[in-house]
Design a protein around this ligand. Structure first.
Ligand SMILES: [Cu+2]
Length: 181
């Protein structure tokens, strides 16, 4: 093999390498596009939300007021609670399942039961929520496709959590965490 031929081969390898990098760059969007199997599985919602145009091409979850650390954050007060929207899914999950608050904030949770399963939404001290303790604030009956709201003031350092105590749901993992900043 002469020097000229080696040089040509080197160029060809570089071109092939660039082509492979280019192909690799196409992979992440493809993965991202399939990263919401849960939403696709709800079926009945997919077309409606995407078609509303408000959310753009894909639905990333419920829209809430900015939280701590996000631009535009305003701490919720009893006179003016901060709204946090949560979806309860047929897969027995809350979306989101982690809500970050500032200590002492008053939050109005707007919880929507999306799909053909009824849920509950209880929020408060984590031990009370886990035990389904009587008197712990809750939206007791969230029928399918219904939205209910509950306003709660997070006094003290916590820990706080939220959960659904419809039969079997909490045991299946239907709970979420309040992170106090
Ligand atoms: Cu539930």
């Amino acid at each position: 093999m002469n020097g000229r031929r080696v040089a040509w081969l080197g160029t060809a390898l570089v071109v092939a390498g660039i082509a492979l990098i280019g192909a690799g760059a196409l992979v992440p969007p493809a993965v991202g596009g399939s990263a919401r199997p849960g939403w696709a599985a709800t079926g009945m919602m997919g077309g409606g939300w995407a078609g509303s145009g408000v959310m753009g091409g894909g639905w990333a979850g419920p829209a809430s007021a900015p939280g701590p650390g996000q631009a535009g954050f305003v701490a919720g007060t009893q006179a003016n609670p901060r709204v946090v929207q949560i979806v309860a899914t047929p897969q027995l999950r809350f979306v989101p399942d982690v809500v970050t608050i500032q200590a002492g904030e008053t939050i109005t949770f707007e919880v929507t039961s999306m799909g053909p399963v009824a849920h509950e939404f209880m929020v408060g001290p984590a031990a009370d929520v886990a035990a389904d303790k009587a008197g712990t604030p809750e939206i007791a009956d969230l029928g399918m496709m219904r939205t209910g709201s509950l306003t709660y003031t997070f006094t003290g350092p916590g820990p706080f959590s939220f959960a659904c105590h419809a039969p079997g749901h909490f045991e299946a993992g239907m709970s979420g965490t309040i992170v106090v900043q």
